[in-house]
Design a protein around this ligand. Structure first.
Ligand code: PRX
Length: 678
């Protein structure tokens, strides 16, 4: 083992599930060689209404040249995810255990919910959905802040076999409209408004615009259920500020919130007189559980579809081992439920393990920069899971805000969403983990459903910036451009040659695209779209996207998506977007824009373009730089040479061979045109 590896926390915490690399390797070997045996021994902990057949546990085809790609686990078995997460735990005597501690944006706003109460609420809302005509297989769109109601809605869907399709509540009305129309949802569940920091966001107004826009795509949403979240917040804002004496109960909600009678209804009205019991619908292991859109490199978002049985056992198993969760621990994942991390590691994984977790609605900076650390102290958090972008943003404030709080309960610190740079890793390790916690740098994707490359806290010696080794059932392979496997030390395309239970099954309504995006580059392999390097100790280092995707603060988006927004502007002729390294966001958007003939490039045009991207995609997609490009560096066949643009973005004149460009002079012009302070 190389000198610079950090030892995991098992030196001080003896009870880890996997305590040595030897044990890990043995378990991993079994999971690859005898997957049915490995996973069926795990599946047995869950309830299957119709049992699975160990002899027909998994079937798959990854090779497009041999027929359609398919992945199936436990086909023929039936179960219900909600039943396994709630009823099973309640039956096992955990009814009074806290499932979630809810911490609001304002520190004065908090509550908690037990497994028993969560089950009742879920059953109630399942009955509400049924009363709206929702049946097995129907899609339910969700656009909500981090409240307990979002969890209740997800599990209510699972209970009746409906498919939830959550759209992160930071997306614009255009993005929401496009996604709702694509999945043809019958219901949209949302909230009136939410505070993020001291900013009030009118979510329902945005949903109204989106529901109108969805009509332009030919889809009308018949029902919209609205959680009354605002009065809770008004109450707390008043308490904190001590200025506004108005009583929240006197707010006229109907006049404050845009409303369409016949379509819109309040959550609390609907929940008032429904039964707190609802028999679960037993669904097939391969029936869909949820879909979640992720950016595609051609621009149109892809509806990643996850199914029931495999996702359940995979989310549960990764959660247990990667966070080394033990009964009594309090776990906290800061990710928004609107992303896959929130699905698998705020909701499904923790509840499948009967865990107690924190759900946090606010931001790390409100009311001050110590908010995360104060929450860890308040709930005695033992496993904390966040993103490198948050760590980098908090590092800026130094150790003072951290020192005010007791973080002694921490055991495992997770990282997700993008490669973590060693500087941020070390800060996390030293100042948050006090050099005694394990860091789990978890590499995975919306498509993989759960962690695929990750250290295990009790056994894997860590190297800052490396996601280390594969999780059980995952067989990572590096391929060169010609599809030849790179064994040993080297760098290449990160692919997998076998399915694990939690991987996606298709893209909603578009199996062709699923095959062409993920399985056509190297027949026989699932292609992640990321590059990776294997070092002399066998450690994997994910180096980032190899396609035209950008990762801004852990949010994945495509260059095509942003370019199409820019070129929609009437004054823009052409646009090309590349990523540029950013000290907090990881990457940021650097856009090259060519105005139409005769149109000058002005600061006004530039700010209109920034605003347009923000409004069309969402605030997280806001470009950092818009540069005037009198022309773009194109090859004679018309392909934009993005590597040259990436060099211009960082002002590195070492552009390499540009002899294939139609007009080499444009490169010099672009360097000269760089906006000054960037
Ligand atoms: O490029 C990889 C990066 O995020 C991509 C997946 O994004 P998304 O589907 O939005 O899911 C994010 C949360 C799982 C990957 O293709 N990525 C994610 N985690 C890591 C990472 N890159 C390096 N190291 C990681 N730990």
């Amino acid at each position: 083992m190389s000198k610079n590896a950090y030892l995991p926390y098992y030196k001080t915490a003896e009870g880890a599930y996997v305590r040595s690399m030897e044990q890990y390797r043995e378990m991993h070997k079994k999971s690859i060689e005898l997957p049915a045996q490995f996973w069926s021994e795990i599946a047995v902990q869950f309830h299957w209404e119709t049992p699975y057949d160990v002899d027909n546990f998994c079937s798959y085809n990854f090779d497009v040249t041999r027929g359609p790609v398919k992945v199936k686990w436990m086909e023929g078995a039936t179960t219900n995810v909600c039943y396994n997460l709630l009823d099973k735990n309640v039956r096992n005597g955990m009814g009074d255990k806290v499932a979630f501690y809810w911490e609001g944006n304002d520190p004065e706003d908090y509550s908690k919910i037990t497994y028993k109460k969560l089950l009742e609420e879920v059953c109630r809302f399942a009955n509400v959905l049924k009363s709206k005509g929702i049946v097995k297989g129907d899609r339910v769109a969700i656009y909500m802040p981090m409240t307990l109601e979002i969890v209740i809605t997800m599990l209510a869907c699972a209970r009746i076999g409906a498919v939830h399709s959550i759209v992160f509540a930071g997306f614009s009305s255009d993005s929401l409209a496009e996604r709702m129309a694509d999945c043809k949802c019958k219901v949209l569940v949302t909230a009136d408004s939410v505070y993020r920091g001291d900013k009030l966001l009118n979510i329902k107004s945005l949903c109204d615009i989106a529901m109108d826009k969805a009509k332009n795509f030919g889809h009308e949403i018949p029902t919209c259920i609205v959680v009354r979240h605002l009065p809770r917040l008004y109450r707390s804002m008043n308490t904190t500020n001590g200025t506004n004496g108005s009583d929240s109960d006197t707010i006229d909600l109907h006049s404050d919130v845009p409303w369409t009678d016949g379509r819109d209804c309040w959550w609390h009205d609907e929940m008032d007189d429904v039964e707190p019991a609802c028999y679960p619908v037993w669904v097939s292991a391969e029936d869909p559980l949820f879909m979640l859109y992720t950016s595609g490199s051609t621009g149109k978002p892809k509806g990643v579809l996850h199914t029931t049985g495999g996702y359940l056992i995979y989310a549960a198993t990764t959660f247990k081992y990667v966070f080394d969760y033990h009964p009594g621990d309090v776990y906290w994942c800061t990710a928004d439920i609107g992303w896959i991390t929130g699905h698998s590691y705020v909701v499904y994984g923790p509840l499948a393990n009967g865990a107690s977790s924190v759900i946090f609605e606010g931001t790390p900076f409100y009311p001050d920069n110590g908010r995360y650390w104060s929450i860890i102290e308040k709930y005695k958090v033992s496993q904390f899971y966040t993103a490198p972008t948050a760590i980098r943003a908090l590092m800026k404030f130094g150790e003072e805000p951290v020192k005010k709080y007791n973080l002694d309960t921490l055991k495992v610190l997770g990282s997700v969403g993008e490669p973590i740079n060693p500087e941020a890793w070390l800060w996390y390790y030293k100042h948050i983990g006090k050099e005694r916690c394990s860091i789990a740098d978890t590499f995975w994707q919306t498509e993989t459903g759960g962690h695929v490359i990750t250290p295990l806290p009790g056994c894997t010696p860590m190297k800052p910036g490396s996601a280390t080794f594969p999780f059980f059932g995952v067989n990572p392979i590096l391929l060169d451009e010609s599809g030849k496997e790179i064994k040993g030390v080297g760098e290449g395309y990160l692919v997998f040659n076998k399915p694990w239970p939690g991987m996606m099954r298709t893209l909603f309504g578009n199996h062709e695209r699923y095959q062409s995006v993920y399985f056509s580059k190297f027949p026989g392999y699932y292609c992640t779209g990321d590059g990776a390097r294997r070092d002399e100790d066998g450690y994997l280092w994910v180096t980032g996207r190899v396609d035209d995707m950008l990762n801004v603060s852990g949010h994945l988006m495509s260059t095509a998506e942003v370019e199409s927004v820019l070129t929609e502007h009437p004054d823009v002729s052409e646009a090309a977007v590349v990523s540029r390294p950013h000290s907090i966001k990881g990457e940021c958007l650097y856009c090259f824009v060519t105005p139409n003939n005769g149109i000058p490039f002005t600061p006004k045009l530039s700010s209109e373009l920034v605003k347009k991207v923000r409004e069309t995609i969402g605030p997280f997609a806001m470009p950092d730089v818009i540069q005037h490009a009198p022309g773009l560096p194109k090859t004679r066949s018309g392909k934009i040479m993005r590597r040259v643009l990436r060099k211009v973005a960082v002002n590195d004149r070492d552009v390499g061979d540009i002899s294939t460009l139609a007009d080499e002079h444009i490169v010099e012009e672009l360097f000269n045109n760089r906006p000054e302070k960037t």
